[in-house]
Every structure is written in structure tokens, then in C-alpha cells.
Ligand binder design. Structure first.
Ligand code: NOJ
Length: 553
């Protein structure tokens, strides 16, 4: 198969936009975002150019973990609308060419889920084995505690039934037992249900936890992931699993399905993300360049999902203590910005001190990295966080549509940030009118990213830029090449790149007007502004740059 069938494997160069229906747009004036509000904003999202929406959990929930604690997998949280509203939203999204995926949170349920209520009713309950119980749990390893501010064990004693149950996250989130075939069937049914309603796949929460610590131990834990992928592919060829798999690269390849690529379609590159932040903290591209060189190539039917921020803390758990401290010092020095001892509860623009040049460089870097970019709502307009909100909620602030907020006509579900990132300073409406805005920059980056499938599909080579502050790489696919360079520091840099095979080619700038020829010796000089960025399309002599790109189908 040629590389260029981007519509079959659409996710290989999708642009994924994560949003929480609850904080995006209120359509019925009750202060809570909802599907009607989201539907009204579909044209904004289509105009931005994103191609796939990832909806954070929208299911009924007691909301003790912002919806990651579900009490019914088969319907909509009534605060967010009805199934009817959901279907109307799906129809509108599809009409504008947008695919939709949703969070699949099946490592655990809420302790208020009827399944758990039944399971804990007694040791003989037919549902007992849907969860993981023990009379004598192993002592806790502190490394297993995900939320150390609230929990000190992954086991909780259930007075009523006289056993401990496993909870990898909060104690109110008992782990489902995928060692039980009935549970595996039920999870498959959930996938089938939402795919029937039009979803193109799922962002799978906490994947490693899902297949670990089950009872009985699965002989081949990864077989379950392969079964899910096979089920989805049978029902819908292009359906995907986008996995939250924050483990070292050596372990992570197993989640793709080793060489086979038959399990998780796309895994988030948590390592690359953390190294990118270390690079930005040091103004030195080396950590990120090393990560890109070390990162295994995804199997043919898989892809990396790249990101800089998401809805959780900016986790720095894979850095050394010293490296983490460097990032803390640079981007979140005060204690209230830090969380769990391992991360930052901030959004990108505030961390970069509101410096628009630097912010634009960071996102240009993101869109040029090999993989599928995933952005979190509000990143496109440079929204800040609200540190007055508890824990990770600091970054989950209401979307800022207009100078007076525009999220809701009622008192909004969460407080709107004040100060230099308040809606009167940062909002979508103003940025639409401003050609130099971050929003316009995102539109340009997305357009160019989509026009350059080489970035997502191609073979990526990190180039020797001769200066540590500059990351330069090239992506080659089907005889077409894109070369990009990013200057991480705030002084101008001239770099010299050796571009083997491109001698005599023209390099045409894709983000600004301009072009440069690669001399016959193959080494080209590229001036970069402070925090400057260049995306260049290589075209052979006498071929128009537009005709030198690998084409999407
Ligand atoms: C990962 C999610 O991203 C996070 O927000 C949540 O708290 C945990 N999984 C538990 O579901």
C-alpha cells in the first residue's frame, strides 16, 4: 500500500482537539456547558481546521473526578443534555467533516455505579467478580499511588462485605476486573454502542492499569487490547483507540502490539512531551532531539500522538529529580503551581510568561513533530489557568469566546480567570479579527500540517543544526521532503544544515514568504529570528513547490 491514503488511515495526520462539553459552551443558560452549546460552536472548530474532536467524559457521574467516575456508560450526563442532543451534535460534526472520539474510562467505575453497589452487597453477589477483591492485599508500593495528595493506598476496606477492593486512582473509583470475561464483553458492548451512534473511536483512559492487577491474571493481557481493536475494525475500518500509556518507550511498544501494530492505534508520546518542556526550560533542543532519536517508529497501522498540554497536570514523572526541578524553576516555581510532586497545574501560555513569539514557536514545534498533534481547548487562543480552582481543575476553565467570557449567560460552572489572561484580554472573537493572533497562527499551522503529510507519515531525521538551541529535522515520504527548524532561544541564530539528496533544490517557506536554494554542496544557511521557526518545502529545480508535496487521498 502507498503511504498516501490519508482518508483510510485518517488518524495518521489528524488534528485532534480535546474538549470538555461541560466547560465549552452553555446552550441553555444554566451555567453548565452542554451538547447544544457545543453544536453551536462546530463551525468555529471546523474553521480552526481541526479534524477530530475528543470529548472528555460526558456520562452520568457524581463528578468527584470531573466525570472520570462514571455511573452509566450508556447515556449522557443530564446536565450536558440528552441522547437526542448528542445525536444532533454528531450529525452536525459529521456534516462539517469532523470525526468524534470519546473518553473510554473502563479501568474503573464510580463507587456509585449500580454494578459496584451490587458487587459490594456481599461476597456471593453475582457481580462480585466484576471488581478486584482481596482479603490480604500486598503492601502498597508508593510508586503505585497516582494521587498522593488524597490517597495512601490502592486498596480500600469495604466494611459491609469484609474485603478490600482495588482502586488504582481515588478510593471512590473501584477498578473493574477485566480478568472476568463478562466484564470484557461489557466493555466491548460499550464500544459497539457508541460506534453505532457515530463515534470514530476512543481515547482510552489509563491503559496499563486496565490490563494489570486483574483476577485471575490474564495469561496474555495484551490480547484483550488486540481483541478490542479487532472488534472495532470489524465494525468500522477506520475506528481508533488513542491510548493514555505513560510508560517508557521499551514498554510502550507492547501497547502498539509490538511489530504487529494490532492493539492501541495511537499512543500519546509522554516522554517526548516531557523532554520538550525540559528543552524549553534549558533553551537547548538536545533532550527533545534525543527523545526523537530514541522514540521507536510506530508500526505501520499505528501512530504517535504528540502534545504539549492536556487536561491533567503537566506530568514530569519521567524526568530525573534534577530535570523536573529545572522545569519547575523555569515554568512553575511557586508551590501552588505544582501538584503531586511531579507536575504543574498550568496552561502553556502562562508558563511561557505570555511571550507570544515563544508561544507561537512552541506550537509550531508541536505541529511539526512527527505524529498526530492533540491540542486542549483554549490552547488555540492562549488561555491561562485559574490557580484558585482545586488541583487539576485549574486548567479546566470555561472557554473564552468573547471579551466578557461568552461561555454562559448565567453564572458559569467554574470561575473565569482574572488578570492578564482574563477574557477581555484573551478571547476567540478578538483573535479572529487580528491577523497576528495566536488563533490565526494555529489556523495557519493546521493548514500547513495537513498540506504536508510527510510530517506525520514520513521518515523523520533530526539534523545537526550546529547550535544547541535549534531543533532542525526533516521528514521524507514518497520522494517528498519538508525541512523544519525551531529556535528555542530568544536571540537570533544562523544555522547551517546539510541536506543530503536535496542539492540544488529550492526550499520554499511555508509560514512566511520566502525561499532559499540549497547550494550544490548540500549545506544551506538558514537565519532564524529569536524564537524563530521555519517550515520549508523542498522542490527539485523547475518543479513548483506545490507539486513537490506528497499528496493526500
Ligand atoms: C487519567 C485521566 O486523564 C485523569 O483525568 C483521571 O483522573 C484518571 N485517568 C482516572 O480516570
Amino acid at each position: 500500500m502507498r503511504l498516501t491514503y490519508t482518508s483510510d488511515v485518517w488518524w495518521k495526520n489528524a488534528v485532534v482537539y480535546c474538549l470538555d462539553v461541560e466547560t465549552f459552551k452553555d446552550g441553555n443558560d444554566d451555567g453548565v456547558g452542554d451538547f447544544r452549546g457545543l453544536t453551536q460552536q462546530i463551525d468555529y472548530l471546523a474553521g480552526l481546521g481541526v479534524t477530530c474532536l475528543w470529548l472528555m467524559p460526558f456520562f452520568p457521574t457524581p463528578n468527584r473526578d470531573d466525570g472520570y467516575d462514571i455511573t452509566d456508560f450508556y447515556t449522557i450526563d443530564p446536565r450536558l443534555g440528552t441522547l437526542g442532543d448528542f445525536v444532533e451534535f454528531m450529525r452536525t460534526a459529521h456534516d462539517r467533516g469532523l470525526r468524534v472520539i470519546a473518553d473510554l474510562v473502563v479501568n474503573h467505575t464510580s463507587d456509585q455505579h449500580p454494578w459496584f453497589k451490587e458487587a459490594r452487597s456481599g461476597k456471593d453477589s453475582p457481580r462480585r467478580d466484576w471488581y478486584v477483591w482481596s482479603d490480604t492485599p500486598e503492601p502498597d508500593d508508593p510508586k503505585q499511588i497516582v494521587f498522593p495528595d488524597k490517597e495512601d493506598s490502592i486498596w480500600e476496606y469495604d466494611e459491609g462485605s469484609g474485603q478490600y477492593y482495588l482502586h488504582s486512582f481515588y478510593r471512590h473509583q473501584p477498578d473493574l476486573n477485566v480478568g472476568n470475561p463478562e466484564v470484557r464483553d461489557e466493555i466491548t458492548r460499550i464500544l459497539g454502542f457508541w460506534m453505532e451512534l457515530g463515534l470514530s473511536g476512543f481515547r482510552v483512559d489509563a491503559v496499563p492499569f486496565l490490563i494489570e492487577n486483574v483476577n485471575p491474571k490474564l495469561a496474555e493481557p495484551h490480547e484483550f487490547l488486540a481483541d478490542l481493536r479487532a472488534f472495532m475494525t470489524r465494525r468500522m475500518g477506520g475506528a481508533i483507540l488513542l491510548g493514555e500509556v505513560n510508560v517508557p518507550y521499551e514498554e510502550l511498544v507492547k501497547f502498539f502490539g509490538d511489530g504487529l501494530g494490532d492493539q492501541i492505534t495511537m499512543c500519546f508520546d509522554f516522554i517526548g512531551m516531557q523532554k520538550a518542556w525540559l528543552s524549553m526550560a534549558r533553551n537547548d533542543a538536545t533532550p527533545l532531539a534525543d527523545a526523537l532519536r530514541e522514540r521507536p517508529a510506530p508500526p505501520k497501522d499505528c501512530q504517535w500522538a504528540v502534545f504539549l498540554r492536556n487536561h491533567d497536570e503537566l506530568t514530569l514523572d519521567k524526568l530525573t529529580d534534577e530535570e523536573r526541578q529545572e522545569v519547575f524553576d523555569a515554568f512553575g516555581p511557586s508551590e501552588d503551581m505544582q501538584i503531586f510532586g511531579r507536575g504543574l497545574r498550568r496552561r502553556l501560555p502562562t508558563m511561557l510568561g505570555g511571550d507570544l513569539r515563544r508561544i507561537k514557536m512552541a506550537y509550531s514545534l508541536l505541529f511539526s513533530l512527527p505524529g498526530t498533534p492533540v491540542i486542549f481547548y483554549g490552547e488555540e487562543i492562549g488561555m491561562g489557568e485559574n490557580l484558585d480552582e482545586e488541583g487539576r481543575m485549574a486548567v479546566r476553565v470555561p472557554m473564552q469566546w468573547t471579551s466578557d467570557g461568552g461561555f454562559s449567560r448565567a453564572e458559569p460552572v467554574r470561575e473565569i480567570p482574572e488578570g492578564s489572561f482574563a477574557p477581555d484580554r484573551v478571547n476567540a472573537a478578538d483573535q479572529k479579527r487580528d491577523t497576528h493572533s495566536l488563533l490565526r497562527w494555529f489556523q495557519l499551522l493546521i493548514e500547513r500540517y495537513r498540506e504536508c503529510p510527510e510530517l506525520a507519515w514520513g521518515e523523520c531525521t533530526v539534523l545537526d543544526a550546529g547550535h544547541p538551541a535549534v531543533l532542525a529535522h526533516r521528514c521524507d515520504a514518497d520522494g517528498a521532503t519538508v525541512v523544519v527548524a525551531h529556535n528555542l532561544c530568544d536571540t537570533a541564530r544562523d544555522v547551517e544544515l546539510t541536506l543530503t539528496g536535496l542539492e540544488g533544490y529550492q526550499l520554499t517557506d511555508l509560514l512566511v514568504d520566502g525561499a532559499v536554494e540549497v547550494p550544490e554542496k548540500g549545506t544551506v544557511r538558514l537565519p532564524l529570528d529569536p524564537h524563530g521557526t521555519r517550515w520549508l518545502r523542498a522542490s527539485p529545480p523547475k518543479i513548483a513547490p506545490e507539486d513537490a508535496s506528497v499528496k493526500s487521498h
